[in-house]
Ligand binder design. Structure first.
Ligand code: ARG
Length: 467
C-alpha cells in the first residue's frame, strides 16, 4: 500500500513514479530507520496509542527486518517502495499485519529522514575519526623512525631551510588532527533528535520527545520543529569538513608525487600501491596518489552540490532535500575508502633518508643561520642579511658552499666573522638553532612526536567511548 494514495483519483505516471523514488540510495539508512522507528514506537506506547502487546509486536517486527537485511540482497528487491520509510512499513505489515500501520501514528517522513541522516552522519564521523587516528599514527611512526635525518623545507617551492624529516611529517599530523577535531565539533552540534517534530509544526500526539532522544543516544530533542525538519546544516558542515580533509590529502599526494620523481628522489613508490604503464616498460606510476588528488575534486564538488541544493529552499521540508543524500553518501564513502589506503601507502613508502639528508646540506639553506651568527655578534639583522647575501654571491661565483669560503674572504665582508662561524653552518647547528616550541630543533621534534601521540591516543579513546 502507498503511504498517501487516498486523495488521488488518477494513478501516477509510471516513469515519474520510479524517478522520484529514493529507495535506490536511502536503503543504506535502514538500520537508522529501524532504530528511530523503535524509539517512536516506545513513545507511542507511553502516549497510550499502542498497547504493550502492540509495542512488542512492532519491536519484534523491526528486529526481524534488521536480521533479514543482513541476509540476501534479494530482500531489498521491492518494485513499490518509494523510500526506506515506505519499505519498512511494508515489511512490517507483511510480518505482523495491519497493526504495523499503527507505527506511523503521529509522525512524518520529514522528521524521519532528518533523524536517520543525523544518525548516519554521527556513525560515519566515528568511523572517520578512527581512520584519522590510524593515519596520524602511521605518520607519527614514520616521523619517529626518521630519527635525526633532515630534508629541505621549501617556500615558493625553493629550498628554504633544512628541517628534520620528522618535523615535516608532523605537519601533516597537525592537519589530520584538526580534521578529526572539526568532525567531533560537527558531531556535538548534530546530536539532537528531530523525532516529535512531525511534518513541520510538531507531532499531533503528545509524544515524549526526551524519551525518543535518549533511546537514540541524542543529547536532547531539537528545539524547533520547522528547523528540525528542514535543517541540513549538519550534512553541510560534515561534507565541508570532508572537503577540507580531502584538500589536505590532495596536498600531501601532490607532495609525494613530486618527491617520488627522479628529480627529487626522496620517496620510493611502494609497488603494492603503484601501477605500470602499458606502453613504457620502465614506468612505475603513483596512481594511488593521483587518485587521492583527483578524488578531492569530487568531494569538493559534492559539498558544492549539497550547498546549492539547500540554497534556494523556503522553510520547511521540500522534496529537493531528497537530493541532499547522495552527495553526502558519496563524500563519506570516498573518504572512508581512501583513508585506509593512504595509511597503507604511508606505512609502505620508502623514505630515501640519505638523499633527503644530502639535499638538506646544500643550496645555502644555512644562510639564515649564518645571518643569525652575525646577529648574535651584534650586527643589525638587516645588515647581517645583506652581508650573508654577499657571501652567497661569492659562493655562486666560485661554485662553492658558504662553509668553503676562507675566513679572510668573510672578514672582508664583516669583521664580526670568527673561526666559530664554520661551526654554526653545520646541519646539526642549523637544526639546533630552531629551538622554540613548534620548531625543528631535535629536542622540540621529540616533544612534538610525544604530544602528537598523546592527541592520537585521546582521539582513539573518544571514538571508543562512542562505540
Ligand atoms: N524520501 C524523502 C527524502 O529523502 C523522505 C521524506 C519525504 N517527505 C515528503 N513529504 N514527501 O527526503
Amino acid at each position: 500500500m502507498k503511504m498517501w494514495s487516498g486523495r488521488f483519483r488518477q494513478p501516477l505516471n509510471s516513469e515519474f513514479e520510479r524517478w522520484q523514488r529514493s529507495f535506490g540510495f536511502d536503503r543504506r539508512l535502514l538500520r537508522y530507520e529501524l532504530a528511530a522507528s523503535g524509539a517512536h514506537a516506545a513513545a507511542l506506547k507511553s502516549a497510550g496509542v499502542l498497547s504493550a502487546n502492540e509495542l512488542i509486536g512492532i519491536l519484534q517486527g523491526l528486529e526481524q527486518i534488521g536480521k533479514q537485511a543482513t541476509g540476501a540482497l534479494a530482500f531489498f528487491e521491492d518494485d513499490e517502495a518509494e523510500d526506506v520509510h515506505h519499505f519498512v512499513e511494508k515489511q512490517l505489515v507483511a510480518l505482523i499485519g495491519d497493526v504495523g500501520y499503527k507505527l506511523h501514528s503521529g509522525r512524518s517522513r520529514n522528521e524521519q529522514i532528518a533523524t536517520d541522516l543525523r544518525l548516519y552522519v554521527r556513525a560515519t564521523i566515528d568511523q572517520l575519526r578512527e581512520e584519522l587516528g590510524e593515519l596520524s599514527s602511521s605518520f607519527a611512526d614514520r616521523a619517529e623512525q626518521a630519527g635525526g635525518a633532515a630534508i629541505p623545507a621549501y617556500t615558493h617551492l625553493q629550498r628554504a631551510e633544512p628541517v628534520l624529516v620528522g618535523h615535516w611529517l608532523l605537519a601533516y599530523v597537525e592537519m589530520f588532527l584538526r580534521d578529526a577535531d572539526r568532525l567531533s565539533d560537527c558531531r556535538k552540534r548534530l546530536n539532537v533528535c528531530p523525532l516529535g517534530s512531525g511534518a513541520v509544526a510538531g507531532a499531533t500526539l503528545s509524544l515524549d520527545r526526551s524519551l525518543m532522544a535518549d533511546k537514540l543516544g541524542f543529547d536532547a530533542p531539537t528545539a524547533n520543529s520547522i528547523d528540525a525538519t528542514s535543517d541540513r546544516d549538519f550534512a553541510i558542515e560534515f561534507v565541508q569538513t570532508l572537503s577540507l580533509l580531502a584538500l589536505h590529502l590532495s596536498r600531501w599526494a601532490e607532495e609525494m608525487i613530486l618527491f617520488s620523481t627522479q628529480e627529487y628522489g626522496f620517496i620510493g613508490l611502494p609497488e603494492a600501491y603503484s601501477t605500470g604503464s602499458s606502453a613504457m616498460p620502465q614506468k612505475k606510476n603513483p596512481d594511488l596518489l593521483e587518485l587521492v588528488r583527483g578524488k578531492s575534486g569530487r568531494v569538493v564538488g559534492q559539498a558544492t552540490a549539497l550547498m546549492v541544493t539547500v540554497k534556494g529552499l523556503p522553510l520547511a521540508y521540500n522534496k529537493d532535500l531528497q537530493e541532499s543524500q547522495e552527495p553526502l553518501f558519496d563524500s563519506a564513502d570516498t573518504l572512508l575508502r581512501m583513508l585506509p589506503l593512504v595509511t597503507g601507502w604511508m606505512k609502505a613508502a620508502e623514505l630515501h633518508l640519505e638523499t633527503m639528508q644530502q639535499a638538506a646540506q646544500s643550496g645555502f639553506m644555512n644562510a639564515w643561520a649564518a645571518a643569525t651568527y652575525l646577529v648574535n655578534r651584534g650586527v643589525p639583522s638587516r645588515l647581517a642579511h645583506e652581508r650573508i647575501g654577499k657571501a652567497v654571491q661569492m659562493c655562486l661565483e666560485r661554485n662553492c658552499e658558504l662553509h668553503e669560503l676562507p675566513l679572510e674572504q668573510l672578514r672582508s665582508l664583516s669583521p664580526a666573522f670568527g673561526e666559530d662561524f664554520y661551526e654554526s653552518l653545520t646541519l646539526k647547528s642549523v637544526l639546533a638553532v630552531h629551538d622554540v616550541p613548534g620548531g625543528t630543533a631535535p629536542n622540540r621534534v621529540q616533544q612534538a612526536i610525544g604530544a602528537a601521540r598523546k592527541k592520537i591516543e585521546s582521539l582513539r579513546e573518544e571514538v571508543h567511548a562512542h562505540a
